[in-house]
Design a binder for this molecule. Structure first.
Ligand code: GCW
Length: 687
C-alpha cells in the first residue's frame, strides 16, 4: 500500500503535477537564481524590491542589478526605465514596479530591452465593496479580508497582517496603487475611532507596497455620528464636521488618499436631499481634503424611477455640472450607461465632460458575468470599452485616450475596478477569476495592452514554470505551448463573447432573475417592483418585436453620443449588431446581415454560447496532464456548473421570447431541455 502511494506521488511529481490551492496567484517563484542587488538608498519599498529580486531572479547567475533613483525627463509619475544593468525611476515606487516588470519578463521568457514604461493612469485603484460585518456586496469569494463580525472584529491578528501583505504584494506586482477598503454603500461607522484605528493599521501594511488607502463615506455621517442636525453640504456645521473628521484621519494616516462617494443613488443619502447638486456635495468634501492632498471620487452611477430612459440619466445629471467641480474631484463613471452588463456601449459621459477629471469604473467581480462559477475572462470586454471611439475630437478619441490625459488634459487620471477578492484560499473563488484581477492591474498600467498579451502572461505566470525549472519538465517547451498555453488562451479569449451569447446577445441587457444577478429571469416583473429593476423594461418584447428604442424617435439616448457615432447608432443599418437591441426595437422577422431573421439569429447566438461552453469543457479536459490536480478538478467542476447555467439561459430566453415571436426554433439547433414553466416556478420560488 505504502509503496503504491509512493509510486503515485513520485510519478505525479515527475509529471510536474503538485497540489495547489491557487493562493500564490501569479507570483509563484520561490527560489531564484543568485543575484546581487545594489541600491544607494534604503526604504521599506526598496527592501521589498530587493527581496523580490533575490527571490525571483531568472537572469544571469551572479549578475548585479542596480536600482537607481534619479529623475529623468522621460520617466513620469510611477514610471521607470529598464536598463541593461537594472532599474531607474523617480521614486521608490517606480523602482518597485520596474523590478516586478523585469521579473515578469524574465519569468515569461521575454526580452529586457532598454525601455521607459510610464503608467496610463496616475491612480490605479481597487474598490472593495466590503461591509464592516465582513460580508461583501457582490462578493463571490468568501468574506472580507479587511473586516469581520463578532467580538474580536477590530483585533488585528498575525494572520490578518500576513494576508494584507500578500494582497499588497499581488497588487504592487501589477501596479495597483490604491485601495478603497469599504463598500460604496457605506456604513457611517467606518469613520468612528475603532474602525479608523484598523484602517490606519491596514494603511501601514499597504504603504511600503506603494498602496494608498481610501475610504467610502456615507454622506449623512455628520447627522448619524456627529449629532449635526443636517448633512446639507452648504451648512457651516456640516462643513466644520467634515473638516474636523478629515483632519483626524490625516493625523493617523498622513498619506490617506481620500473619499469615494455614492450619493443620491439607490437610496443612499446625498446633497440632493437638501436641494443641492452633486457638485455642491463633492466640492464640500474636496475642500476638506485639499490641504492634505486628498481627492474625492464622486460616482456618476445615479438614476431614479422616473419615466426617463435609465441609460440617459447619468449624462443628464452630470453634463450640466461639467466645470463646476473642484480640481481634486474626479467623477467616477461605470463603463456602460446602465450597470456592468455583459455588453454595453460605453457611457456617453466619456469624451463628453471636458472640464472635469473623469475616471472609468470597471467591475472585476463578475456580478453579471457568472460570478465565481463561470469562467469569463474580462480583458476582452475592457479592451473593447477602452478602444471604443468617442469621436470627441474626431476619430481616434478612444475612451482610453479621453481618460488617460492624452485627449482631455484632466487634472487627475485614474481608473478603478470593483474587486473580486475574498477570504477563499484562491482569493477570487474561481482560479480563472484571478486573471481578471491581474488584467485590471495590467490595463490600468497600460491601457493599450491587448487581451491576448495579458492572457499569455497570466497563463505562463500562473500555470507555467520558470525557465530554470522548465529545462527539466519541458513546461515552456513547444509542446507545452501548443497543448496548454494556446488552447487555454483561446478559451479565455472566447469566454466573454460566449457569456454574451448564452446570456444577452445582440444588445440585450439586464435579463437577470431578481437580485442575485446570476440566472435568467426575462419574465420577472412583479407589480410592487420598480419598472427599471425588471427585465421587461429592458427587452420590451411583445408580439411585434424586441429591443429598447433609443433612437431619435425613441428615448433619444443616441443623441448623447458625439457625431458621427450618434447617427451610426441611430440608423439600424449602421448600428453594430452587437448593440442592435440596445438601440432599436425591431420586428421578429427583421432581416439581419446574415440573411436570417432576427428571431433565428437570436436562437443561433444562444445556442452558440452553450456550444462554446461545451467546447471549453473539452479544452480543459484535454489539458489535464499539464495542471495540478487540485486546480484541474476545481475548474472542471465549475465548467460543468457553467454549462448547466448556460443551458438554462438559452432555454429560458428562447422559450420565453418564443411566446412573442411565435416562430420555431431553427431545426438544426439542439432543442431546449427545460420547460419554461419549470424555470419560472424555480425562479419565483426563491422569493
Ligand atoms: O451593480 C449594482 C449592484 C449593487 C451596487 C451598485 C453600485 C454597491 O447590484 O449591489 O451597490 O450597482 O454600483 O452602487
Amino acid at each position: 500500500m505504502k509503496v503504491s502511494v509512493c509510486i503515485v506521488v513520485l510519478s505525479l511529481l515527475t509529471l510536474g503535477v503538485w497540489a495547489e490551492d491557487g493562493h500564490q496567484l501569479w507570483l509563484r517563484v520561490k527560489t531564484g537564481v543568485p543575484v546581487n542587488v545594489s541600491c544607494s538608498k534604503k526604504s521599506g519599498t526598496l527592501d521589498i524590491a530587493r527581496q523580490e529580486l533575490l527571490q525571483g531572479w531568472q537572469g544571469e547567475a551572479g549578475a548585479t542589478v542596480k536600482l537607481t533613483i534619479r529623475a529623468d525627463k522621460a520617466i513620469a509619475g510611477d514610471g521607470f526605465k529598464l536598463t541593461a544593468g537594472g532599474v531607474q525611476a523617480n521614486t521608490d515606487r517606480g523602482i518597485l514596479y520596474g523590478v516586478y516588470e523585469l521579473l515578469r519578463r524574465q519569468q515569461t521568457g521575454r526580452k529586457v530591452n532598454e525601455e521607459v514604461l510610464n503608467p496610463s493612469y496616475a491612480l490605479r485603484l481597487l474598490n472593495h465593496w466590503d461591509n464592516l460585518n465582513g460580508t461583501i456586496e457582490r462578493g463571490y469569494a468568501g468574506h472580507s479580508i479587511f473586516w469581520r463580525n463578532g467580538a474580536d472584529s477590530l483585533a488585528v491578528t498575525e494572520k490578518d497582517v500576513a494576508l494584507w501583505k500578500a494582497y499588497a504584494r499581488a497588487n504592487a506586482s501589477i501596479g495597483i496603487n490604491g485601495s478603497v477598503l469599504n463598500n460604496v454603500n457605506a456604513s457611517p461607522l467606518i469613520l468612528t475611532a475603532g474602525y479608523l484605528q484598523r484602517v490606519k493599521t491596514i494603511a501601514d501594511v499597504l504603504r511600503p507596497y506603494g498602496i494608498k488607502t481610501y475610504l467610502s463615506i456615507k454622506f449623512s455621517s455628520p447627522v448619524l455620528l456627529g449629532g449635526v442636525k443636517t448633512a446639507d453640504p452648504l451648512d457651516p456645521d456640516v462643513v466644520k464636521w467634515w473638516k474636523a473628521k478629515t483632519e483626524e484621519i490625516y493625523r493617523m494616516i498622513p498619506d490617506f488618499g481620500g473619499f469615494l462617494v455614492k450619493a443620491n443613488s439607490e437610496g443612499q443619502p446625498g446633497p440632493q436631499d437638501y436641494g443641492r447638486s452633486h457638485a455642491d456635495g463633492a466640492n464640500m468634501l474636496a475642500d476638506a481634503l485639499r490641504p492634505f492632498g486628498g481627492i474625492v471620487m464622486w460616482r456618476a452611477f445615479v438614476y431614479s424611477a422616473s419615466d426617463e430612459d435609465r441609460a440617459k440619466q447619468a449624462y443628464q445629471e452630470f453634463m450640466p455640472l461639467d466645470g463646476s467641480f473642484r480640481e481634486n474631484v474626479i467623477v467616477q463613471v461605470k463603463n456602460g450607461p446602465i450597470d456592468f452588463q455583459p455588453r454595453e456601449p460605453f457611457s456617453p459621459l466619456f469624451g463628453a465632460m471636458k472640464k472635469s477629471s473623469v475616471m472609468p469604473e470597471l467591475q472585476i467581480t463578475q456580478e453579471y458575468l457568472g460570478q465565481s462559477i463561470h469562467l469569463v475572462f474580462l480583458a476582452p470586454m475592457w479592451e473593447e470599452f477602452l478602444q471604443s471611439d468617442t469621436y470627441q475630437e474626431g476619430p481616434g478619441s478612444t475612451v482610453a485616450r479621453c481618460t488617460d490625459g492624452e485627449r482631455i488634459p484632466g487634472k487627475h487620471t485614474a481608473i478603478a475596478g470593483v474587486a473580486n477578492i475574498g477570504l477563499d484560499p484562491n482569493w477570487c473563488g474561481h482560479h480563472f477569476s484571478q486573471a481578471n484581477w491581474y488584467a485590471f492591474g495590467r490595463l490600468a498600467w497600460n491601457n493599450q495592452l491587448t487581451s491576448a498579451q495579458i492572457a499569455d502572461e497570466w497563463i505562463q505566470l500562473t500555470f507555467g514554470q520558470l525557465p530554470s525549472e522548465a529545462a527539466q519538465t519541458g513546461n515552456l517547451s513547444p509542446k507545452w505551448t501548443e497543448n496548454f498555453l494556446q488552447p487555454v488562451k483561446q478559451m479565455m479569449l472566447a469566454s466573454r463573447e460566449a457569456a454574451v451569447n448564452y446570456m444577452m446577445p445582440l444588445g440585450l441587457h439586464h435579463l437577470f432573475a431578481a437580485n442575485e444577478h446570476y440566472g435568467p429571469g426575462p419574465w420577472w416583473a412583479p407589480q410592487r417592483v420598480r419598472k427599471d429593476w425588471t427585465p421587461p423594461y429592458y427587452h420590451k418584447a411583445d408580439t411585434l418585436g424586441i429591443g429598447f428604442d433609443r433612437t431619435r424617435g425613441g428615448s433619444d439616448a443616441v443623441s448623447q453620443y458625439h457625431e458621427p457615432l450618434g447617427t451610426q447608432f441611430n440608423d439600424v443599418n449602421s448600428c453594430p449588431e452587437i448593440y442592435l437591441l440596445w438601440f432599436h426595437h425591431l420586428s421578429w422577422d427583421y432581416r439581419m446581415k446574415s440573411g436570417r431573421t432576427l428571431w433565428e439569429e437570436l436562437c443561433y447566438h444562444y445556442d452558440a454560447g452553450l456550444q462554446q461552453v461545451r467546447q471549453f469543457q473539452k479544452t480543459w479536459d484535454s489539458v489535464q496532464p499539464y495542471v495540478d490536480q487540485e486546480r484541474f478538478f476545481h475548474v472542471q467542476s465549475r465548467l460543468r456548473s457553467q454549462c448547466l447555467n448556460a443551458q438554462e439561459w438559452k432555454d429560458a430566453c428562447l422559450l420565453y421570447f418564443q411566446q412573442f415571436s411565435r416562430m420555431p426554433i431553427p431545426f438544426d439547433i439542439e432543442r431546449p431541455v427545460h420547460d419554461l414553466e419549470d424555470l419560472i416556478r424555480k425562479d419565483l420560488q426563491r422569493f
